[in-house]
Design a protein around this ligand. Sequence first.
Ligand code: BYC
Length: 330
Amino acid sequence: MYAQMIKSTGQGVKSDEQMTEQERAFQARIDAGEKIEPKDWMPDGYRNNLIRQIGQHAHSEIVGQLPEANWITRAPTLERKANLIAKVQDEAGHGLYLYCAAETLGISRDELVDMLHSGAMKYSSIFNYPTLTWADMGAVGWLVDGAAIMNQVPLQRTSYGPYARAMVRICKEESFHQRQGFHIMMAMCNGNQAQKRMAQDALNRFWFPALMMFGPSDKDSVHSAQSMAWKIKMNTNDELRQKFVDETVPQAHYLGLTIPDEQLVLNEDTGNHDFTEPDWSEFHSILKGDGPCNVERLEVRAKAWEEGAWVRDGMMAHAEKRASRKAAAG
Ligand code: BYC
């Protein structure tokens, strides 16, 4: 049922006159910067759009563990291994906070996971690219977590209380992730020629996919207008993409790496960098499930879910036993 409900509507923002009195009062609360809490009245569109965004965000955190988990056993030092384990574990925690936030909107975690596995809900396009070398762990932390922070820091002010509060801790941890990635890149760039080449190659492969993380350009974004009116989203996709490029270019210079975009130039008039847009046909093909790792990622997730069923069953049985013991005692 929810798979139908969370599909994009993209019907545009209602004018004041088109809103009911209840909807106007709700919008006034949003405009005043009030937080909306789970038991408050909210329009169905607000609820469903939040379930869609938070659910996809949660799925991204969980699927996002996979490309990095692949490298835990191959980390070059004990310290790097410990950092990577901690990072991958943090991503699991982020997924859990976000699933909990989504559950406050009246959908269960099982329903959300079913929708991930059936393809009815998306996860971030970035995780459908392979991680081929150790330098990719640097590029993922630096660029992917860097893009994630750019997008998520403003979400700490999002209008839905449980989502905004989850984002506070997530952003703190993402900052650590971004730095550990940058630190790997620094080590590679200060290493020998082969290591520096690996770092450049990782940047070459992850640059445009990282730009895609911010979503389609504003003119093609289905949800931005309504999501921004409801403060589910605080910035447009292009605003955040531009900010990411402007902040990342000096970091690449510091590393002595070249961003793989010959059109990239600082525009003296705007103070921002002009850059080449990602290949949107590649983005859409990934969203359709045709990226290099889409099939593998979902297979691994579905297998983990099935193989973990006995743990969930055991925990449910334990909880039931405890509840009945408590009821008998009380
Ligand atoms: N990948 O109307 P639009 C992370 C979909 S990683 C896949 O602009 P919206 C992490 C979009 O869902 C990041 N799909 O959408 C980092 C919509 O399709 P539906 C996860 C994408 O929602 C390191 C359609 O395209 N972060 O956390 O207004 C390690 C039209 O787009 C993508 C979040 O999720 C994409 N890149 O804006 C581990 C942050 N972009 O749903 C984990 C919260 C667009 O109608 N989310 N689509 O079928 C957001 O801020 C927004 O949802 C987005 C997209 C900016 C991503």
